[in-house]
Design a protein around this ligand. Structure first.
Ligand code: PXL
Length: 286
């Protein structure tokens, strides 16, 4: 039997509203991975559309957790970071990577900062600069288009985009991070939506488009990134992992849409987990 891979997910726990750790952990577990976590904060809900949420910052606990893991010689096949509460916390995560990353650990950073051209109001103006530093340590980054412009320090441009503009963003991001890029929210018209990937080691670029589902569903970025990492841990190529993640995210959004729930309540990624397990088995290694 193949060795079980171990992943550390570093995000907040939003107790209601399905995002960050409450999405990442079940997705990674369903994918057969050993899912560990460092919770960076505990919120009563995510910050996207709820007012009056509680916020317990856990920055002071983060390094002691990493130090303890290091003292126990615990190693990881991947470390995956998502929503981080502040610039200070992002600096601390850079130090965590120092402690828990080995020579074979894949570092995936989802630079969660904003959407639709807007920096989430919880973040200060200096936040993108700190996130840029974390991205420099990553092997793969998964920004949406808003985050791409924030990382590059450029004003946001609304879509649809040209292929030239998407390639320009990919080039800028790969210079900035040095790693592989999976850019989400790519669209050339109003009918489809998808991702563009660039692997700087091979120079390969691919665009994956799927029919656009109307509506804004909270937490789709986390479903996408968690599924992408699951596929990469199953040895899918970057292009195939990006396509699998797109397919699973669309499936989850369509399931959510059919249930007609409040979009702040998150994406129904749970109903189709058996399908995800089947999709992940097509990697040719089993
Ligand atoms: O889905 C990203 C995310 C994660 N965690 C918290 C958030 C958001 C996006 O708004 O508010 C707390």
């Amino acid at each position: 039997m193949e060795k079980q891979k171990r992943v550390a997910a570093i995000h907040d726990i939003s107790c209601f509203g399905k995002c960050s750790l409450t999405v990442a952990l079940p997705l990674l577990s369903a994918a057969g991975l050993e899912a560990c976590c460092i919770p960076t904060a505990v919120l009563s809900t995510h910050t996207g559309g709820f007012s009056g949420y509680t916020y317990r910052d856990l920055t002071d606990d983060i390094l002691p957790i990493a130090d303890h893991w290091k003292s126990q010689n615990i190693t990881f096949d991947a470390v995956y970071t998502g929503f981080l509460g502040s610039a200070d916390q992002t600096n601390v995560i850079c130090q965590v990577l120092d402690r828990i990353v080995g020579s074979n650990t894949l570092i995936m950073v989802d630079p969660v900062m904003g959407d639709n051209g807007i920096l989430y109001p919880v973040f200060g103006e200096n936040f993108p600069a700190t996130m840029r530093e974390l991205c420099r340590l990553a092997h793969i980054i998964v920004p949406n288009i808003t985050e791409a412009y924030l990382l590059l320090g450029e004003p946001y441009k609304a879509g649809p985009y040209t292929e030239k503009e998407i390639n320009r963003l990919l080039n800028g991001l790969t210079v900035l991070s040095g790693g592989k890029i999976v850019l989400t929210g790519v669209h050339f018209d109003e009918y489809s939506l998808g991702t563009a990937t660039l692997d700087p080691t091979t120079g390969e670029r691919h665009i994956v488009l799927r029919p656009r589902v109307e509506g804004m569903y909270h937490g789709t970025g986390d479903v996408y990134a968690g599924t992408l990492l699951a596929a990469l841990m199953h040895n899918f190529s970057l292009q195939d992992a990006a396509a699998l993640a797109a397919d699973y995210t669309v499936l989850s959004i369509n399931t959510t849409k059919a249930m007609d729930k409040d979009v702040r309540y998150g994406v129904n990624f749970e109903y189709n987990l058996p399908t995800l397990m089947q999709m992940l088995r097509k990697d040719g290694t089993k």
